[in-house]
Design a protein around this ligand. Structure first.
Ligand SMILES: *[C@@H]1O[C@H](CO)[C@@H](O)[C@H](O)[C@H]1NC(C)=O
Ligand SMILES: *[C@@H]1O[C@H](CO)[C@@H](O)[C@H](O)[C@H]1NC(C)=O
Length: 846
């Protein structure tokens, strides 16, 4: 086969000419048509109609930056046509046939007479093709130096393309590509992530521009919103302050009658950079560091928990200045104070005084925020004045807020307001509707302050400070009273039956259904072996299904285990009172003589261990997911420790006791060994140590002393396992007899903590967060219980950026060489290695 090769050698400082293969350019270029034989492979950047590009051949852009050809992702057998950086390994920036892979290497690319590119396999089946907007006399496919793969007229000097890959982004936005929509051509440019590293097909996260009121970027997983950038206000996207003042990137926002899109260029044109939506859904802007041969993360869109969509529920404001992250708007209080204080703010906030349209209402101003989301947002560009905008909102009883902007006019919100965050700089102001009574109060308050301060002008500072203090105290008391009032309603439902210690009392617990054993036998197919899910502490767990379709997991206590019945009772009493999104839900129970069973909600995914320690499934847990799991376990544990009435020490936190739901949210299970504390009891001793070796704190394993801090220790181990992807018990560091803890401590001392990070978590934007997690993990596993932080402090440490204290040496860092084999084999041998000592008498705290 004989081919024509076009090779243009760019003149320095004129690299742009690469994109304009022009007759005019000929005079200035060394232009070579080389006739080559097919077995010589020399890089070319075009395919004329007479040619085909076979699997194995590649096109290389003029300046050698990009290469187009066939590739196979890691752990996959499929072949895809894609574009990648020629000199940077493993970064695919575009895939043609992402949803229709070739299964062999027979694929080839050709351009037909009509000027369309076809991707065919050996049998001539078309796997992918373009839809050119016009035909050319001499069409060619050309890989440009920008990374754009285009169809255009050969020897034309215009930049007009009948098709271009830049119009079909995959997960990557290169300089010059657009993200947004064109109203005139009805085209939209969206990014969508790969499913995972081995599968480029779309269907994971999508990032697109949506016009819901004002235009904004929205990240969705399926149809569910995960993140929104905050609205465009005519000048910038306030939710993306990083995309304004920057020495690296020049962001360009176009917003006119026909186009709404974002594009960008690099300030230094030689910078290699890209935006990418990675499989975890984070949108990162990365630049290539040629010296260190790595990507630097310059901007990441979802930086902190406040970027999670509607993190604080309705009327909650997320801030990174407080320990919780969430606070209620002015004049609002948590809807469910108990959940709110247990770090579950999803219920959001409610007004102190409900709205009453007929009694007159008004607005107060909230400053420096991401403009909220609501079911209905209207924009009226003709209304420019703030007063007019206010009147417009006031006139409609269901208008909850307004903002008057210079560029876009009057914005009004209808329905509950969500997804509001506070910015340290930037942000926008809006006005929220309040009952007249709230506004009067505020007015009175201000008047009072003015009077007081006027009266005080002549007095000493001490006196004014005192009054100020009293003022605040009064106000605080008032607020407190209010919270308590709200709290009362909430707590009535959860009033625990104080003497719920016997099975007869269970019958009085209306919230916990009692099933008869026949019903459970039917549901589990007669406890058939094929329904068995696993064997836990004191019994076997079966999958079941009620006639109405509800799926359940039934834990059937082994009849022989006399001790188990105590644990059983304990578990029933404890769990029936606990409800939290990070705890497995108890659906009911069954007690018929010897037969004792617990019925739980069924979770299709197994324990965290089955993901974390499985080389294949490990990759499903990217960093964001792992961090959410860590937080979830933390919140669930805090709930156990700090629930207002019961204080529960789990005593057996470990990876296999953390179940994952369909969305991989963690749920703590197996409270069989949980232990309820009396109100003021801080620590207890037990004669019978239950728990799992490798997760047990030293004071508990050796002396049987347990407290919240022993759960903190187990949490620390879990945290280190999640970050490293390695089991504590079966960890062995070559040549050195170190446990995972010992290894982590060694790395800490060598200032090389990043070596502990699971190599699968190669996400440069999160390295700092990951290292912070390891640091917190080390604080949790300190030898002395009193040095370890409490669960609520741990949660703050994880979400804040304040400096952390230095950890002291953890427990169990030194592993005795002589006993190490024993230690390891025990850890490995059973998933729930319980050390059952002498009988256990005080299972009930009170
Ligand atoms: C909108 O802006 C784009 C890019 O600047 C421009 O090409 C287009 O003509 C503009 N449309 C209108 C209606 O102004
Ligand atoms: C208030 O505004 C909403 C949303 O635009 C609209 O559906 C409703 O009809 C309005 N109500 C009145 C009384 O104007």
């Amino acid at each position: 086969m004989l081919g024509i090769m076009t090779c243009i050698i760019p003149i320095p400082n004129e690299t742009r000419i690469c994109n304009n293969l022009s007759m005019k350019g000929l005079a200035f270029l060394i232009f070579c048509n080389i006739f080559i034989l097919s077995d010589i492979t020399i890089a070319i950047d075009i395919i004329p109609t007479s040619q085909s590009l076979y699997d194995g051949d590649t096109l290389v852009s003029c300046g050698q930056t990009f290469e187009l050809g066939f590739f196979t992702p890691v752990n996959s057998k499929n072949r895809y046509l894609g574009i990648w950086y020629k000199n940077i390994p493993d970064i695919i920036v575009w895939v043609a046939n992402r949803n229709s892979p070739l299964t062999d290497t027979s694929g080839f690319l050709k351009i037909n007479d009509k000027g369309n590119i076809l991707l065919l396999n050996g049998n001539g089946s078309v796997f992918w093709s373009t839809s050119s907007s016009r035909t050319w006399a001499n069409p060619i496919a050309h890989l440009l130096e920008s990374g754009n793969f285009v169809i255009r007229e050969w020897f034309s000097n215009s930049e007009s393309y009948s098709w271009q890959s830049f119009d079909y982004p995959c997960d990557t936005l290169l300089p010059g590509m657009k993200l947004g929509l064109s109203l005139s051509t009805k085209r939209s440019w969206n990014l969508s992530s790969w499913i995972d590293d081995s599968d480029p097909s779309s269907g994971g996260f999508t990032y697109s521009l949506e016009q819901h009121g004002l235009p904004e970027f929205v990240l969705r997983k399926g149809s569910k919103i995960v993140y929104r950038s905050g609205s465009w206000d005519g000048v910038q996207f306030r939710g993306l302050p990083e995309l304004t003042n920057n020495f690296v990137i020049n962001p360009i926002f176009i917003y006119n009658a026909s186009d709404v899109y974002f594009t960008f260029e690099n300030i230094d044109k030689s910078t290699i950079s890209r935006f990418v939506v990675n499989v975890s859904g984070s949108l990162d802007y990365l630049t290539w560091n040629g010296k260190q041969r790595g990507w630097n993360c310059i901007v990441t869109m979802m930086k902190d928990i406040c970027d999670n969509y509607a993190e604080c529920g309705a009327y909650g404001v997320c801030t990174m200045n407080g320990s919780l992250g969430c606070k209620c708007m002015k004049k609002f209080t948590p809807r469910s104070p108990q959940d709110w204080h247990n770090f579950d703010p999803s219920a959001g906030c409610v007004r102190n005084s409900p709205l009453n349209c007929s009694h007159g209402e008004g607005f107060i101003k909230l400053k420096g925020l991401k403009l909220p989301d609501s079911p209905n947002i209207l924009v009226n560009e003709s209304v420019k004045s703030a007063e007019e905008c206010k009147m417009e909102c006031l006139a409609n009883c269901s208008c909850m807020a307004y903002a008057a902007t210079k560029m876009s006019g009057c914005i009004t919100w209808f329905g509950d307001l969500t997804d509001i965050r506070e910015y340290t700089e930037g942000g926008q102001d809006f006005y929220i509707r309040l009952a007249a009574s709230e506004l009067d109060k505020q007015k009175k308050d201000t008047r009072l302050i003015i009077i007081i301060s006027a009266a005080l002008t002549g007095m000493g500072i001490v006196v004014s400070a005192l009054i100020c203090f009293l003022w605040r105290w009064r106000k605080k008391n008032k607020e407190k009273k209010k919270t308590e009032e709200v709290g009362t309603d909430h707590n009535i439902d959860n009033e625990p039956s104080e003497k719920c210690t016997s099975s007869s009392m269970l019958g009085d617990n209306p919230e916990l259904p009692i099933f008869d054993s026949e019903k459970l036998a039917t549901a589990t197919n007669g406890f058939h072996l094929s329904n068995k899910l696993g064997k836990g502490g004191f019994g076997t767990v079966y999958k079941g299904k009620f006639p109405n379709g509800q799926e359940i997991a039934v834990k059937r206590l082994s009849k022989s285990s006399g001790q188990g019945s105590e644990e059983f009772m304990n578990e029933v009493v404890v769990i029936s009172k606990l409800q939290h999104r990070n705890l497995v839900k108890l659906v009911g129970c069954c007690i018929e003589g010897e037969e004792k069973m617990l019925v739980y909600e069924y979770l299709p995914n197994k324990g965290l261990d089955s993901f974390l320690f499985d080389p294949k499934k490990q990759s499903l847990l990217d960093w964001r997911k792992r961090f959410q799991i860590i937080e979830g376990i933390g919140r669930g544990t805090l709930y156990l420790h700090r629930d207002s009435r019961l204080r529960v020490i789990h005593r057996d936190l470990k990876a296999s006791n953390i179940l994952l739901d369909e969305e991989l949210n963690p749920k703590i299970s197996d409270f069989g060994m949980a232990r309820i504390f009396g109100g003021n009891e801080l620590q207890a001793d037990t004669l019978r140590v239950v728990g799992t070796y490798g997760y047990m704190s030293p004071e508990y394993a050796m002396d049987g002393r347990f407290s919240e801090k022993s759960d903190v220790f187990s949490f620390g181990i879990l945290l280190l396992e999640i970050v490293s992807g390695k089991r504590n018990t079966s960890f062995s560091h070559h040549e050195q007899h170190l446990s995972l803890l010992g290894y982590a401590w060694k790395l800490w001392n060598e200032d090389n903590l990043s070596a502990l990070i699971d190599p699968g978590l190669s996400e440069p934007c999160f390295e700092e967060e990951i290292l912070r997690c390891i640091h917190v993990g080390l604080l949790c596993v300190q030898d002395f219980a009193e040095d370890r932080p409490t669960m609520s402090i741990i949660l703050s440490m994880l979400s804040e950026i304040a400096p952390l204290p230095l950890p002291k040496q953890p427990a169990f860092t030194e592993r005795q060489v002589s006993s190490s084999s024993d230690y390891e084999s025990r850890g490995k041998s059973s998933e729930a290695y319980s050390m059952n000592y002498i009988s256990y008498t005080d299972f009930q705290g009170r």
